[in-house]
Design a protein. Structure first.
Length: 383
């Protein structure tokens, strides 16, 4: 492993043409970012009122095929509002996967709901429809048209939140079909998968609502930002209302008809997003080329890169490989980071955190295998 890690460091330095520190994923600003930011500054409309917010929403709608896109301050805010919009209440159960970034479960907890954890497919890194169906067969009962109850806890199973980990689409159509049979809404966490497609359609448009993130480490960035995607007109209107403090339109009075959130994306951030979207196709192709180069290099060493699943087109937000054991993983991580080439494991699974000790779960064998063996590689767009 020492030899492999050192060889990889040399290869990464060759790919990125540098002897300096190589980050895991850094943003690229190669287009109209400075120009659009300057225009917004000159306009003085730098906060949540400004034309660039609407422009950004429209370009994301066009790119993803979503009927509506509503911009938010970050992806966690988008997911929080999405869960509220599908009716999540305190004490509800929300099904998700343990192998995800903590923000997924944070948003669930904000609503007062409790996550339950489903195992993942090794081929997608995301929620396994088989594990989901097994969990529901054992624990769930449909009551009425659109209510599903956990037979063991009497909690309403309100929604299911699959996550397209590292930009690789889950088997989302199967998940949606299973959830429809039980009267459970699907909210897609597509934070990492802008530019990824499943069976010809963009991620985030299969469920009732999808959410995106434009954090500084995503494939495009607005500095901080997120987006809700939906095909439902009423949900779109309510999403925009709730994310702008639930303020009713009036020439001068401040009247609010619900407990809303100050979640609307500022115009400054949206201007950055508009410029970044102009480069998205180039970014995706660049990262897919990098995946091909990584794949060939590692295959020569007898190691397989995690590749896009069947009937999918991944953005390869973060390239990753699976090593033989946790010891091999840790040695590779230690050496590469010591030599200033940033690599990372997947997230610590949510079911192992003390903050989620009250959650139910399926057998999480694949989740634990992936935690022990997967390594994320430097995946910035190469210029």
């Amino acid at each position: 492993m020492l030899s492999l890690a050192k060889e990889f460091v040399s290869y990464a330095r060759e790919l990125y043409a540098t002897d300096e520190f190589i980050p895991l994923h850094e943003p690229r600003f190669i287009g109209n970012e400075k120009r659009y930011l300057s225009e917004v500054v000159d306009s003085t409309f730098v906060s949540s009122i400004g034309s660039r917010v609407g422009d950004f929403e429209k370009v994301v709608e066009s790119y993803t095929g979503a009927k509506h896109a509503i911009a938010t301050v970050n992806g966690t805010a988008a997911l929080h509002v999405a869960l509220r919009l599908v009716g999540t209440k305190e004490g509800d159960e929300i099904i998700t996967q343990s192998l995800t970034f903590v923000a997924t479960c944070n948003a669930i907890r904000y609503t007062g709901a409790v996550p339950s954890f489903i195992d993942v497919d090794p081929s997608t890194l995301g929620m396994s429809p088989d594990s989901l169906e097994e969990y529901l067969d054992r624990n769930a009962e449909r009551v009425g048209d659109n209510i599903c109850v956990n037979k063991n806890t009497n909690s309403v199973i309100r929604a299911c939140v699959p996550v397209h980990d590292l930009g690789h689409p889950v088997r989302i159509k199967e998940i949606v079909t299973i959830c429809q049979d039980y009267g459970i809404e699907v909210v897609e966490d597509a934070a990492e998968s802008l530019g990824s497609y499943y069976d010809g359609s963009h991620t985030g448009v299969f469920g009732k609502i999808g959410t995106l993130s434009f954090n500084g480490n995503k494939i495009i960035t607005t500095g901080g930002g997120g987006m809700l995607l939906t095909g439902d007109d009423e949900i779109a209107l309510e999403a925009k209302h709730l994310t702008t403090t639930a303020k009713l339109a009036h020439p001068w009075l401040f009247i609010h008809d619900a407990v809303g959130y100050n979640y609307r994306m500022p115009n400054l951030n949206a201007s950055l997003g508009c410029a970044q979207m102009e480069q998205l196709d180039f970014y995706v192709e660049n990262k897919r080329q990098l995946a091909g180069m990584y794949s060939r290099w590692f295959e020569e060493k007898g190691i397989e890169l995690v590749k896009e699943p069947a009937v999918s087109r991944s953005n390869y937000w973060l390239n990753s490989v699976r090593l033989g054991s946790r010891d091999e993983r840790d040695e590779f991580l230690s050496i590469t980071n010591e030599l200033k080439v940033m690599t990372r494991p997947l997230w610590t699974p949510m079911h192992t955190l003390s903050i989620h000790s009250d959650c139910s779960a399926t057998n999480l064998i694949e989740t634990e295998k992936l935690e022990n063996t997967l390594v994320c590689l430097p995946s910035s767009v190469r210029l």
